[in-house]
Design a protein around this ligand. Structure first.
Ligand code: CA
Length: 424
């Protein structure tokens, strides 16, 4: 067992009940405050541990990191040190924060310097993202979309069960939780029309996804096997891959989504390490037909992560409209990474690979408005008598997630953003 995952450890830092950030989590993020320049931190309870200051005070001795790795506006430098190094770092932090280790706990003047209240901090995008890939790995989502957009009798295309379908997205428009955005404009083809029109998207949607962030991979030309894949994955975040369905429907043939999906994607600020997720592994769905040898894998590669989506109309309380789980993923992350590199494509530290919309079997677990409203044929009820088919201006969409195993529960925080009216 990874030392920091011991469910019996308690911290001397006060941690509210049901916090996403018990000592067994210790996710990494980047923050700044009115006084502090951007730097790397780790979440615990309602606080952030300032790793740059911790290094300055001498608590990072004999670890393969330099002060500049932590005094940085992204996690890329620590990610580029590799899995062994980040595992040692998390284990050290766990030790410094546990209640039966006095080293930091008893030095009040140091504690006051390294613990920052989350409410005083602004979270930044955790990684400088070189490349962003979006998969399409939930069978329920692929089936639902195939039924609506193409053919209910042949909802899954012939390749779907043989390879994890994906496309290269755009990294420049990935934003951290809290960055609001204007409704996108574009071309759409109204029903029955022969010519397209231009204007604000009328069918704006969220996509409930998770993303994984990579360590540096192998040189161009080499591949990462399913067996090796977890050594190349640093951690995971929540991810909302906002989509304009009317723009998508008109533009996506034959090369796939383009402007319907690259206007913004929202990422949660805390990267939960794959190490911290180890106790929450579960078996994935059975794959039938059998996959080709390079996609076969052994052991449990899925994770039990409950996921929720809530909508809060302007000035109103949020209503949860979707409860899903990451374990529904047909293709796991190790298969995704093995497939991505099987042709020799290289990956870099800080690349982001998203899961694709995560839908379950039940309608209440569908991970997009497109599916929840079944292409606008059903209405979704919100609190206070509000209802939606797609998203309206002023709506805030909040994605949350928690991994649990009955003994320990760790959370991902939230990926949240508000839709502002289209710019004129
Ligand atoms: Ca997507």
């Amino acid at each position: 067992m990874i030392a920091a995952n011991d469910p019996n450890i308690r911290s001397w830092v006060d941690i509210p009940e049901n916090s996403d950030f018990p000592i067994q989590n210790l996710p990494f993020g980047v923050f700044k405050t009115a006084q502090l320049s951007p730097r790397v931190g780790v979440a615990i309870g309602d606080h952030i541990v300032d790793l740059k200051t911790l290094h300055v005070l001498g608590y990072m001795e004999n670890l393969p990191f330099e002060q500049s790795d932590f005094h940085s506006a992204s996690l890329n430098k620590i990610i580029n040190r590799g899995k062994k190094a980040t595992r040692e770092l998390r284990n050290r932090l766990s030790k410094l924060l546990r209640s039966d280790v006095p080293d930091l706990k008893n030095k009040e003047h140091h504690v006051n310097q390294v613990l920052v209240k989350m409410s005083d901090a602004q979270m930044l995008l955790p990684v400088e993202i070189g490349d962003y890939t979006d998969f399409y790995s939930s069978i329920e989502h692929a089936r639902n979309v195939g039924m609506m957009f193409r053919d209910p009798e042949n909802a899954l295309l012939p390749n779907w069960k043989h390879l994890p379908v994906g496309y290269h997205g755009r990294s420049s428009s990935i934003a951290v939780s809290g960055v609001d955005f204007h409704r996108p404009k574009g071309q759409t083809l109204p029903a029955g029309a022969a010519e397209p029109v231009f204007g604000p998207s009328r069918l704006l949607d969220f996509e409930l996804e998770m993303a994984f962030i990579t360590y540096p991979g192998k040189p161009l030309g080499q591949s990462i096997s399913t067996e090796e894949a977890e050594n190349y994955i640093f951690g995971m975040t929540l991810f909302n891959d906002w989509s304009a369905r009317d723009i998508q429907k008109w533009e996506y043939v034959p090369l796939g989504p383009f402007l319907a999906k690259n206007f913004i994607s929202t990422m949660s600020p805390w990267v939960v390490t794959l190490d911290a997720l180890e106790p929450f592994k579960v078996q994935g769905p059975e794959q039938d037909p059998a996959v080709l040898p390079y996609l076969q894998y052994e052991g449990m590669k899925n994770y039990n992560i409950d996921l929720q989506v809530a909508i809060a109309p302007e000035g109103k309380q949020p209503t949860t409209i979707c409860n899903s789980n990451f374990r529904y993923m047909y293709w796991n992350q190790s298969q995704q990474l093995a497939h991505h590199t099987i042709n020799g494509c290289n990956i870099r530290g800080g690349d982001v690979m998203a899961s694709g919309t995560i839908s379950g079997k039940e309608p209440g677990s569908y991970g997009s408005m497109l599916e929840l409203s079944w292409q606008g044929t059903k209405t979704i009820a919100l609190a206070d008598g509000d209802e939606r088919k797609f998203l309206q201006d002023g709506d805030t969409v909040i994605v949350t997630g928690q991994a649990s195993n009955g003994q320990t529960r760790i959370g991902f925080g939230e990926a949240k953003a508000k839709i502002l009216p289209a710019l004129s």
